[in-house]
Ligand binder design. Structure first.
Ligand code: NAI
Ligand code: MG
Length: 339
């Protein structure tokens, strides 16, 4: 059996609690993982004096795969986001966010979507300036979006390859090329070019971002895999997380050519840290995405079906899902089913 080497970063706030619930679930399926545990974030700052050690980066460089808890970013002062630093360090250009209905009785049934968001360019490159006008030092402001042909190409190709690998029928390109003719226009042009290589294997269409936001609520039949640029994807990914019940159920993957980092979409939840009631589901689902990435999809599918069954039974839901189970209570219910 292949032994997979994986860097494990428990993270801050509820991170260590949800990681402690997730690890035994991975141990319970027949996949061999050799963990390399590393510190990052506030926890690392307190224990070793820096929020991101070279050793943690070296570990990810070495293993190529990390499972990461949420990391706290201080507001206003203090160090800059470690999540962003890791994304830059490893050029993690594709952010993958699947959203699937798991809790019955919600407002939106049968949601099963995957959003692929470009993760390194667009409006979030950080070309921004405040411009004085007359006496007003902040009379105007400018944020410039930059996209490159190569950047568009690699993320769109990733989305189509993902669709092929996961038997998805279609990729929808979301854009605003009617107004942002330069940046969004280039994205659309490149995306259509890339799609031709997948003709006959994966369907393709495109839609303007605002129409997409509405259709996602009213009629999702058009959508399967969605690919888009950074800011549109940032907004749509929270929308689709909302469709399936919120951040407690949303996993994410940040993927580049040299490394991939898997995590829950939510943050370190300082308001409930240490209380033992955080929902570990999103991190468990992120661990399943990691197993998919490691070509261990049968094990990932087994965990996903057990998670779904556990939620359906309803006895072991955490407070965010209107239950009264603890983090470990949910994990134990999952482990009982995994046998
Ligand atoms: P948050 O996602 O941590 O919390 C928002 C709300 O959702 C809170 O009421 C929290 O209790 C609840 N919540 C989040 N995850 C939950 C879970 N698993 N189970 C039950 N309830 C849950 O967002 P917030 O408060 O904006 O950020 C807190 C910190 O996390 C900040 O320092 C932020 O920078 C960081 N953060 C880190 C991320 C990462 O490492 N990928 C992502 C988002 C935020
Ligand atoms: Mg966001």
């Amino acid at each position: 059996m292949t032994v997979h080497r994986v860097t494990l970063i428990p993270g801050d706030g509820i991170g260590p609690e949800i990681m402690a619930a997730t690890r035994p679930v991975l141990d319970a399926v027949s996949v061999e993982i050799a963990w390399d545990e590393q510190l990052a974030g506030m926890t690392a700052l307190e224990e070793v004096g820096t929020p991101l050690r070279d050793a943690s980066i070296e570990s990810i460089r070495d293993t190529g795969v990390a499972l990461k808890g949420p990391l706290t970013t201080p507001v206003g002062t203090g160090f800059r986001s470690i999540n962003v630093a890791l994304r830059r360090e490893f050029d993690l250009y594709a952010n993958v966010r699947p959203a699937k209905t798991m809790v019955p009785g919600g407002r939106f049934e049968d949601v099963d979507l995957v959003l692929v968001r470009e993760n390194t360019e667009g409006l979030y490159v950080g070309f921004q300036h405040v411009i004085p006008v007359g006496d007003d030092p902040k009379g105007a402001a400018q944020s410039v979006a930059v996209v490159t042909r190569q950047g568009c190409e690699r993320v769109v190709r990733f989305a189509f390859d993902y669709a092929v690998k996961h038997n998805r029928r279609k990729v929808t390109i979301c854009h605003k090329a009617n107004i942002l003719k330069a940046a969004s226009g280039l994205f659309l042009e490149v995306a259509r070019d890339v799609s031709r290589a997948y003709a006959g294997r994966v369907e393709v269409d495109d839609i303007i971002i605002d129409a997409a936001a509405m259709r996602l609520v009213l009629d999702r039949s058009q959508f399967d895999v969605i690919v888009t640029t950074y800011m549109f994807g940032d907004i749509l990914s929270d929308e689709i997380a909302g469709l399936v019940g919120g951040l407690g159920l949303a996993p994410g993957a940040n993927i580049g050519d040299r490394a991939a980092i898997f995590e829950a979409v939510h943050g370190s939840a300082p308001d409930i840290a240490g209380c033992g009631i955080a929902n570990p589901l999103a991190l468990m689902l992120a661990a399943c995405l990691m197993l998919d990435h490691l070509d261990e999809t049968p094990a990932a599918d087994r965990i996903r079906s057990v998670l779904e069954a556990t939620l359906h039974e309803g006895q072991a839901r955490t407070p965010d899902l209107k239950g009264n189970a603890t983090t470990m209570g949910f994990a134990e219910a999952v482990l009982r089913r995994l046998g």
